[in-house]
Write a protein that binds this ligand. Structure first.
Ligand code: PRP
Length: 183
């Protein structure tokens, strides 16, 4: 399977854009149904974690039928190993006060779980009315910290994920497919 964008030479497609769009439509419908049933008529604040989640956020939010706004934050993780030795620093915070709001974190991938675990805690401290999480991809084999994820697009193998927001040296995020690079 080929894509028209520039890809690494060792790139293999897992999910082409047609498959991704179909899955996003399913997720958008499920998520909208959830908010319509639980928080009818209320706005949903969609929080994207820069930079990887941008492509997924744009496509997913266009499949959602509830009233929504978007905002972004950038965090960087450093350190490794156990939860206590890993730090997540906010490089760009939200512009929105989330107190009393229905927040939906839109993430591109959950790997060890450290990033979302910390971001979730930080956002819960700000007293949102509700906080839910959707991720485009999930790599459960790599999980070190449990995160309550509400919706998952695709479960992926423990390989170097590329495309649809995932990068190699900051490149290839624009590839429309999700795939992996062979070592
Ligand atoms: C990636 C990804 C998640 C995080 C997942 O971000 O976008 O935010 O790592 O890893 P974890 O579950 O092990 O914490 P990255 O720092 O590569 O930034 P990016 O979004 O700019 O690609």
């Amino acid at each position: 399977m080929t894509v028209k964008q520039h890809t690494p030479s060792n790139f293999h497609v897992w999910f082409d854009y047609e498959t991704i769009k179909k899955r996003n439509a399913e997720l958008g419908e499920e998520i909208s149904k959830f908010y319509n049933e639980n928080y009818p008529g209320e706005d949903v604040l969609c929080v994207g974690l820069l930079r990887g989640a941008v492509y997924f956020l744009v496509d997913l939010t266009r499949e959602m039928s509830v009233p929504l706004t978007v905002d972004f934050m950038t965090v960087s993780s450093y350190g490794s190993g156990t939860e206590s030795t890993l730090n997540v620093k906010i490089l760009k915070d939200l512009d929105t006060d989330i107190a009393g709001k229905n927040v939906l974190i839109i993430e591109d991938i959950i790997d060890t779980g450290h990033t979302l675990h910390k971001v979730r805690k930080m956002l819960l401290d700000r007293n949102p009315k509700s906080l839910h999480i959707v991720t485009c991809c999930d790599k459960p084999e790599r999980r070190l910290v449990e995160v309550p994820v509400d919706w998952v697009g695709f479960e992926v193998e423990n390989k170097f994920t590329v495309g649809y927001g995932f990068e190699v040296d900051q490149k290839f995020r624009n590839v429309t497919a999700i795939g992996y690079c062979e070592d």
